[in-house]
Design a protein around this ligand. Structure first.
Ligand SMILES: Cc1cc2nc3c(=O)[nH]c(=O)nc-3n(C[C@H](O)[C@H](O)[C@H](O)COP(=O)(O)O)c2cc1C
Length: 172
C-alpha cells in the first residue's frame, strides 16, 4: 500500500487548517479499526490548536522532566486527537495503536501529515490526570493512551530505514 511506504512523521506543519470533511474521514478511519472482541473501547478527543489545554499539557510535561523540550509536543499542528481507552481492559493500548495507525495512514492518503505522540503520557497520568481527563472529555474509567497531531506538511521527509535481517526470523 503506497501510504505505508510513503508515511513518515511530520514535525513541521503549515498554518493551514485541516478541512472538517477530511477530519471526519480521519475519525471514520479510526472507528473502522479492529478492536479486541469488537469492544470499540477507544475514545477520540479532537482538540484544535487554539485550545489552551494543549499549552497546559505541555507545561505539565516539561515540569516532570529535568530538561524541558525546546519544541511544543504537537509541533504547532492545527489539530491534535487524543485517544483514551478503558483502563481495565488488557487490549486497550494495543487497540489504540491500531486505531492511531489507521488515522496516520488515512492522513497520508489525504495528503495530510501526522505525528503519533506518546511524550505526554506521564503528564496525562500525573497528579493532574483527573483535571486533564475532564478537560479532554475522556469517558469515566478511561485513561490517555496515545495522541496524533495532524496538519499539512511544511516539508517532505523520507521514510525511516529498517533492517530486515535484524527484525525478522523465518522459522521453517
Ligand atoms: C507509540 C509512539 C509514540 C511516539 N511518540 C512521539 C513523541 O512523543 N514525539 C515525537 O516527536 N515522535 C513520536 N513518535 C514518532 C517516532 O519517533 C517515529 O515514528 C519514529 O522515529 C520513526 O519515524 P517515522 O514515523 O518518520 O517513520 C512516536 C511514535 C510511536 C509509534
Amino acid at each position: 500500500m503506497i501510504e505505508i511506504q510513503k508515511r513518515s512523521s511530520t514535525r513541521n506543519f503549515l498554518e493551514k487548517a485541516v478541512e472538517e470533511e477530511k477530519l471526519q474521514q480521519l475519525l471514520t478511519a479510526a472507528l473502522q479499526a479492529p478492536t479486541a472482541a469488537n469492544m470499540q473501547e477507544i475514545h477520540f478527543s479532537v482538540v484544535y490548536k487554539s485550545n489552551h489545554i494543549l499549552k497546559e499539557i505541555d507545561i505539565q510535561k516539561n515540569s516532570l522532566r529535568e530538561v524541558p523540550s525546546e519544541k511544543i509536543f504537537y509541533f504547532d499542528a492545527p489539530v491534535v486527537i487524543f485517544l483514551s481507552a478503558k483502563e481495565d481492559f488488557r487490549w486497550s493500548m494495543l487497540d489504540s495503536g491500531i486505531a492511531v495507525e489507521n488515522i496516520a495512514l488515512e492522513a497520508e492518503h489525504l495528503g495530510i501529515g501526522s505525528l503519533i505522540i506518546g511524550s505526554v503520557y506521564d503528564a496525562l497520568h500525573s497528579d493532574k490526570k483527573e483535571y486533564f481527563g475532564k478537560k479532554l472529555a475522556f469517558p469515566e474509567g478511561y485513561g490517555f493512551t496515545i495522541a496524533i497531531a495532524l496538519g499539512y506538511k511544511a516539508a517532505e521527509k523520507q521514510p525511516h530505514d529498517f533492517d530486515k535481517e535484524k527484525q525478522i526470523s523465518i522459522i521453517c
